[in-house]
Design a protein around this ligand. Structure first.
Ligand code: FES
Length: 269
């Protein structure tokens, strides 16, 4: 592992759970503290991720890639949070951790969102994809970047309530119409894109990001997307996360991304 770690600037660290809160049906906000002496990671930027080990034993060898939802440095102690949907044995195990329990993490990894030169942005989030965009929205508030955020969920029970505390305007929709307008987050997006944005940022299901990317391209607005991919190593060594680029090249999601210019991604139909 030591040789592989030389491929990344992420650090292998031990973290203990500080707080766990169910933020929506089956979705948990988990806040961890980096344990002293357990490695000292850099601060993550929005869009970067961690490879998180969900348990011990051989069946838990593969780590789960989780986008950072937030970061704080308090009295010299690093705190990092994740929004996790309990959707399989690994994430269910994570979501059932008790405060004080420890997990091993490698990170922060990958390339996050780029804000340079952006004065006003549109953020488009689908489901659990809200996690890195919430982090990005907080970063934009610190950097003085204006933004609007479109957020779509299957149902109102999944709505991420801390969105209500953001300084930017948030427009929510649900597929079943139980909260906000009924429909998909990209419905009517062309109208929003007429709002004078310098850039757009999207994270969510593949079909949603593909549609957002197309709408942004039609509007002439650059769009950065955070791709989801199954990952084994998370550091560019196994090539298990590769996606095809529009120029025929292979995009290594974990090391070249997970954030890409949407025009460089060959979208799956
Ligand atoms: Fe191994 Fe990306 S997960 S190369």
């Amino acid at each position: 592992m030591a040789d592989l770690l030389s491929l990344t600037r992420g650090a292998l660290c031990e973290c203990s759970l500080l707080a766990r809160e169910e933020s929506g049906a089956g979705v948990f906000l988990l806040e961890f503290a980096v344990e002293p002496g357990g490695g000292t990671p850099e601060a993550p930027s929005p869009g970067q991720f961690y490879q998180v080990r969900c348990g011990s034993g051989r069946e838990h060898m593969l780590r789960r890639p989780l986008s950072a939802h937030g970061f704080a440095l308090e009295s010299g102690r690093q705190k990092v949070s994740f929004l996790v949907e309990a959707a399989g044995w690994g994430t269910e195990k994570l979501c059932s951790l008790a405060p004080g329990e420890r997990v091993s993490m490698l990170g922060p990894l990958g390339r996050g969102f780029v804000l340079d030169g952006v004065g006003k942005a549109l953020l488009i989030a689908g489901g659990i994809g809200v996690a890195p965009l919430f982090f990005l929205a907080r970063e934009m508030e610190r950097a003085g970047v204006a933004y609007d955020l479109l957020a779509g969920f299957n149902t109102g029970e999944k709505y991420y309530k801390p969105l209500d505390d953001l300084a930017g305007s948030v427009v929510a929709c649900t597929e079943d119409g139980s909260l906000g307008t009924r429909g998909l987050v990209c419905d009517g997006m062309a109208g929003y894109l007429a709002g004078g944005y310098d850039a757009a940022y999207a994270c969510g299901p593949e079909a949603m990001m593909s549609e957002a990317a197309g709408a942004c391209e039609d509007a002439g607005i650059p769009c950065q997307v955070s791709l989801d991919s199954r990952m084994a190593c998370g550091i560019g060594a196994c090539r298990g996360c590769v996606r095809q680029g529009t120029d025929g090249s292979n995009l290594c999601v974990c090391s070249q991304g997970p954030v890409f210019d949407s025009r460089n991604v060959s979208w799956r139909k």
